[in-house]
Ligand binder design. Structure first.
Ligand code: ADP
Ligand code: MG
Length: 321
């Protein structure tokens, strides 16, 4: 049994907030995050990690590197042990979800760092009795419909993939392309391609990216030949950049805390990660600005409730394959 690990991360004030002479209303100390507003009692929350990324000159500043060291290395370790793992980023549009998950060329986020970490560990394993296989898929959910970010269909067929359930392997997306990758460069190319497809969609279709969920999935298989009886472990890693939490659909999910799995494609596809067979981490991204007080407070409350989701991760091992 393992509860969802929860991190909250605050980004710097942006230009719009500075132009409005917004004040910083978030304070962090150790694991504690406090939100304040004049005339209202301060509200304290405690998380596994409270990341102060608002000011790079602060000695408590949490860099992309730091976030990876704390959270990403866990995912890599889980994958090698044969557990499913999931990281999802939650928060209002512009709060820093994609920055934490994908990042920028000059400051890569969790997804590229985790992929790189997986490959460097495979390359240095020196274990000639284990064969590794890595497959990647990348999808987007928009208005309860699923599209493939790596082989996008054109026009109105863009979001037309069907969600199914396999009796043993659980929920899956029919016809979603899975790409075998041999090295980090291969994975990086797919990442860039998928991100470009997501961006193209958002310029064509009224900001799809703030209303869509993106799920980057790595299927990591280790075939082990230590004895006459080979065995195989399979780990599924979901790295999820959720739609902006101000989005109405998510507001509903917030009330029900992700539990009504069948009510949305997202919770259905991620049901292993939310109260099932996976080690799950949630990053709640927030703005530091008082002008976003109520949306930030609701994100902090949501993150607080996510601590109560209990998973039951087990090693996915298939002996004698
Ligand atoms: P979201 O995906 O939640 O809509 P983004 O990740 O796109 O938000 O972040 C919005 C803007 O804020 C981007 O320009 C991004 O580079 C910047 N940003 C977000 N988080 C950070 C951070 N921790 N440090 C520096 N800049 C950040
Ligand atoms: Mg984003």
């Amino acid at each position: 049994m393992a509860s969802v690990k929860v991190a909250v991360r605050v980004r710097p004030l942006n230009k719009r907030e500075r132009d409005m002479t917004a004040k910083v209303c978030i304070h962090m100390e150790g694991k504690k995050t406090t939100i304040s507003s004049p005339g209202v009692e301060d509200k304290d929350f405690s998380y596994d990690f409270s990341y102060w990324s608002a000011d790079s000159k602060d000695r408590h500043f949490a860099s992309q590197e730091q976030v990876f060291e704390d959270l990403g290395t866990d995912v890599i370790q889980s994958a090698f042990e044969g557990y499913n793992a999931c990281i999802f980023a939650y928060g209002q549009t512009g709060a820093g979800k994609s920055y934490s998950m994908m990042g920028q060329d000059s400051a890569p986020g969790l997804i590229p760092r985790i992929c790189q970490g997986l490959y460097s560990r495979m390359d240095s394993s020196g274990d000639d009795k284990t064969e590794f296989r890595t497959e990647v898929s990348y999808l987007e959910i928009y208005n309860e419909k699923v599209g493939d970010l790596l082989r996008p269909a054109k026009g109105k067929d863009k979001f037309n993939l069907k969600v199914r359930e396999h009796p043993k392997e659980g929920p899956y997306v029919q016809d979603l392309t899975k790409h075998v990758v041999k090295d980090y460069q291969g994975i990086e190319n797919l990442m860039v391609e998928g991100n470009t497809n997501r961006t193209v969609a958002s310029t064509n279709m009224n900001d799809v990216s703030s209303r869509s969920h993106a799920i980057f999935t790595i299927l990591f298989t280790q075939a082990k030949f230590y004895t006459d009886m080979p065995s195989e472990t399979v780990s599924k890693i979901h790295l999820v950049d959720l739609a902006g939490s101000e989005n109405a659909v998510l507001k509903d999910a917030k009330k029900k805390l992700f539990i009504p799995y069948r009510n949305s494609v997202l919770t259905w596809l991620l049901k292993d990660s939310l109260g099932g067979n996976a080690k799950t981490i949630m990053i709640a991204a927030i703005s530091p600005a008082d002008v976003n007080y109520s949306e930030t407070l609701s994100t902090l409350r949501y993150a607080n409730r996510a601590k109560n989701i209990i998973n039951k991760p087990t090693v996915n091992e298939d002996p004698n394959v």
